[in-house]
Design a protein around this ligand. Structure first.
Ligand code: MLC
Ligand code: AMP
Length: 511
């Protein structure tokens, strides 16, 4: 079994049904609808072109695209060609892009023309000149060109379950992101688990405003829908008014979002004189960051719908879920999904009794095996138990309720900041800040933020006056804008312990 076979099962139920109904939240791209059959036809055409352009089994095809039908086509084509898809966050800038392109070494990079200037800055400079870049706007021309190539009409290679399907870059504690390699089997485990846990049906319609370049939108949203033969209403981003009107007018049976989106919906709904009727939506899911209990309860009060909160990671797909039928408890992520095994351990790796806080370890067919070309980082991320069985160290701190068995996530072992469902590793931002003239030292911490959950704040030690506007311009060219510090605090020195290590816990608001 591979993902292509899985999607064929969904598609063959009703090939002429709409697979993707697309609308651009920014209004720049034309609305589109693609049936399952049309999606497959186009994906196969693209896959044949990829192969004629030299893409071989196991090669990487990177997508630097916003949510649009071509993202789905290019992904399916990559799988059809036996290749491995590398999604790249569209907000990534010079530093992030150079790193991913040099690390993954894709045979093809698929972009939209709007991103050309960012690439022109790095291709041939920080990234090898041989990188083949195709834009979705010029699809006719490159399909045509590939058609004329000398190569034989080769049969498309077939991926096996254990072959990689995705390399998903996730922020690293070391300052650069690392690629989690997910095989077809890993993704299949998450998808089959969710199809049954959340009672997916072929007539489901998913409203999806989340980016396809992350696990939430891609694996939880798109994969489940394709596997089931359900329709995705794909959006380029979140638009609160359109979301409310779609949900209130029978436009979706499922809605998946991050807490920031629910917080915004609650803000809007609280201002309406009459609450909209979301009766047709059978499931609202939240994940990627902690959903505040206040938002959870307010959403239920305003809509009559109780959100189902679940917990996942790029490296593992989905791990825990509140029940579809059963009590959904605010502030918890529920219990392990079928096939997922969890332990909560102390600093020495000893199992803790229920009720005590420790690090969450995971095992299951959904859990990745390795980071791409990074044996050291892989080794540091797993631990063997007394029987020699390998467990993934999630870095998430958790506690299990002794009565219900539900797990609450309490924080993280590492310094990860999660802003609106997007990860920010302080180290990466600090390293970038200290490359700016005059900044001697930088320490970035996360502060509570009503809209984003957490927001990065930078403490800077400078040798001369720093022009903040210039610094912002510089940062914007280097890193995705959501990673930029929301506030700068200029200090004489950073608090350090006797070993010289920065004591971040001493950097408090206004400190
Ligand atoms: C956008 N901006 C953010 C931001 N998103 N700033 C901080 N945190 C965020 N999450 C900034 C942009 O950089 C930009 O800044 C400005 O806001 C406007 O951008 P936008 O795209 O118009 O923003 P908006 O549409 O409001 O986006 C908010 C959002 C989006 C919540 C809809 O962030 C989002 O889709 N988040 C979900 C990400 C996701 O899918 N995570 C799952 C990871 S997988 P400027 O300065 O340039 O104007 C995972 C595993 C699991 O975690 O369990 O699921
Ligand atoms: P990522 O590295 O982008 O895949 O994000 C994974 C991280 O998001 C996890 O390790 C958790 O810290 C966090 N996360 C995901 N879902 C939840 C949730 N429901 N509650 C709290 N944190 C979550």
């Amino acid at each position: 079994m591979n993902l292509t076979n899985l999607f064929a099962i969904g598609r063959e139920r009703q090939p002429d049904k709409t697979a993707i109904e697309f609308k651009d939240a920014r209004g720049a791209l034309a609305p589109q609808q693609l049936s399952f059959a049309a999606l497959q036809r186009t994906a196969q055409e693209w896959a044949a072109a990829f192969v004629r352009m030299g893409v071989q089994k196991g090669d990487r095809v990177a997508l630097y695209l916003c949510n649009r039908p071509e993202f789905v086509i290019a992904y399916l084509a990559t799988l059809e060609a036996g290749a491995v898809m590398v999604p790249i966050n569209l907000r990534y800038r010079r530093r992030e892009l150079s790193h991913i392109l040099n690390d993954a070494e894709p045979a093809l990079l698929i972009i939209e023309e709007a991103q050309r200037p960012v690439l022109d800055e790095i291709v041939g400079i920080e990234v090898g000149p041989g990188l083949k870049v195709l834009s979705v706007e010029q699809v006719d021309s490159w399909l045509d060109e590939a058609d004329k190539s000398e190569s034989d009409e080769a049969a498309l290679p077939v991926a096996r379950g254990e072959d990689p399907a995705l390399i998903m870059y996730t922020s690293g504690t070391t300052g650069t992101s690392k690629g989690a390699v997910l095989s077809h089997n890993h993704v299949l485990a998450t998808v089959t688990g969710l199809l049954s846990a959340w009672a997916w049906q072929a007539d489901d319609v998913l409203l999806l405003p989340l980016p396809l370049f992350h696990t939430h939108g891609l694996v939880v949203g798109l994969h489940c829908a394709l596997a089931m033969g359900a329709t995705v209403r794909l959006r380029t981003g979140f638009d609160a008014d359109e979301t409310v009107s779609t949900l209130a007018n029978g436009g979706a049976s499922l809605f998946f979002a991050v807490p920031t989106i629910y917080t915004r919906l609650v803000d809007i709904l609280a201002q309406e004189s009459e609450a909209p009727d979301f009766a047709d939506v059978r499931l609202f899911c939240s994940g990627s960051a902690p959903l505040p209990a206040e938002t959870h309860n307010a959403f239920e009060r305003l809509t009559g719908k109780r959100i189902l909160e679940r917990y996942g990671m790029t490296e593992t797909g989905m791990n825990f879920s509140n029940p579809y039928a059963g009590p959904r408890v605010a502030g918890t992520v529920g219990t392990p999904l079928p096939g997922v095994f969890a332990r909560i351990v102390d600093a020495e790796g000893r199992d803790l009794p229920a009720g005590e806080e420790g690090e969450l370890l995971l095992r299951g067919s959904n859990v990745f095996d390795e980071y791409w070309r990074a044996p050291q980082k892989t080794a540091e991320s797993f631990v063997n138990d007394a029987l020699g069985i390998r467990w993934f160290l999630t870095g998430d701190l958790a506690r299990m309720d002794p009565q219900t068995g539900y797990v609450t996530l309490l924080g993280r072992r590492h310094e990860l900041i999660i802003s609106g469902g997007l990860n920010i590793y302080p180290r990466e931002v600090e390293e970038m800040l200290t490359t700016f003239p005059g900044i001697e030292e930088a320490a970035v911490i996360g502060e509570a933020d009503a809209e984003w959950g957490e927001a990065p704040v930078a403490y800077l030690v400078c040798s001369c006056e720093v022009d903040e506007a210039e610094l912002e311009r510089y940062c914007r060219g280097q890193l995705a804008s959501y990673k930029l510090p929301r506030r700068l605090r200029f200090v004489e020195a950073l608090p350090r312990n006797a070993m010289g290590k920065v004591q971040k816990h001493m950097l408090v608001r206004g400190g």
